[in-house]
Structure formats: C-alpha cells, structure tokens
Design a protein around this ligand. Sequence first.
Ligand code: IMP
Ligand code: MG
Length: 179
Amino acid sequence: MDHSNYEIDEMISAKTIAARVESLAAEISECFADTDKLVVVGLLRGSFVFIADLVRELDLPVEVDFLEASSYGNAMESSREVRILKDIRGEIEGRDVLVVEDIVDTGYTMHHVLHLLEARNPAKLRVCALLDKPSRRETDVKIDWTGFEIPDEFVVGYGIDYAQRNRNLPYIGKVRFVK
Ligand code: IMP
Ligand code: MG
C-alpha cells in the first residue's frame, strides 16, 4: 500500500484531552502530596505536549527531565529493541519519579525505561501514559494513570507523530490511508 496519502479523523478532541489532563493531574498531585520535589520524566519526543500541559496542572513542586528511547524500526511498527538515545540529567536515587509517556503500545519501551530507572533506586516510581492500546501489549507493564484506552489504531497529534509529522495537531486523530 502507498503510505504517503492519508487523512486524519478526529478521535479525541482538544477539549476532551484538556479535561482529562486536569483530572489526571488532580490524582497525581494527591498521590505525591508529601513529596518534596517530584521528578517528572518525559519520554521524548511524543510526550512533549502532554507533559507541558500536565505539569502546569500539578499542584506540586516539580523538576522536569527528559529521556529519549527509540524502539521504532520504521514509522508504524515497533522494532521491539529499545535503545536509550538520551538519558535523564538528574540523579533519582531516593527521589519520587513520575514517567510520562504518550502511548503504551507493545509495552517494550516502557518496560525497558522502568527497568533502567528502577536500578537507580528511586523512592517511588510511577507511570502516567496519555494513551494505552491494551490489545497490543506484549510485555507486562504497570501503568498507574492512563488518559484514554484506545483500540488498535495508528494515531497522531498532541505531540504524537507519523513519520515526524502531525505532532502539532491540537487533538488526537487516527490515520486513514487513502488511494
Ligand atoms: P511500544 O514500545 O510498542 O509500547 O511503543 C511505544 C512507542 O511507540 C510510543 O512512545 C510511541 O512513540 C510509539 N507509538 C505507538 N503507537 C503509536 C501510534 O499510534 N502513533 C504514533 N506513535 C506510536
Ligand atoms: Mg515514543
């Protein structure tokens, strides 16, 4: 199939996302209410919009750090081999950490990242994913907060790309290929 020509159908509106981000932030703020300074680790690049909105709704002192992992062999299918392209800058030993991801799909990326961070002995390590595709899971990963569960569709927008495009859409849409 020719993958160059596609249309995007809106799946989750900007308004719906904003409302969900607000409620996630309230739950997360409550969970980390006793934390001195939470380390929020965004996984690049897909989480950059989500993390920007989420941290601004958190009623907590936060430090923001980023980690870049790569698992994508091509634009649409995970290679299942995760490489760390950029590590976080800060020390997390004894700290409370929240990993923020755009989508958990097969789960290999999150599994690998959690393994890496866990080895550094954080006090608390929790995960917030904007989207989850449970039907695609191939590994066992625990997600503490999920924005939305979605079916097995390829999605873009709100930070999420298809071949580095469409990250700047304010909503989440599904990709539909056309002839
Ligand atoms: P996993 O390792 O298979 O769980 O893949 C997770 C990563 O794949 C996410 O961080 C996304 O970057 C990417 N990904 C998974 N599904 C989609 C999608 O529908 N659109 C764009 N990227 C996706
Ligand atoms: Mg990603």
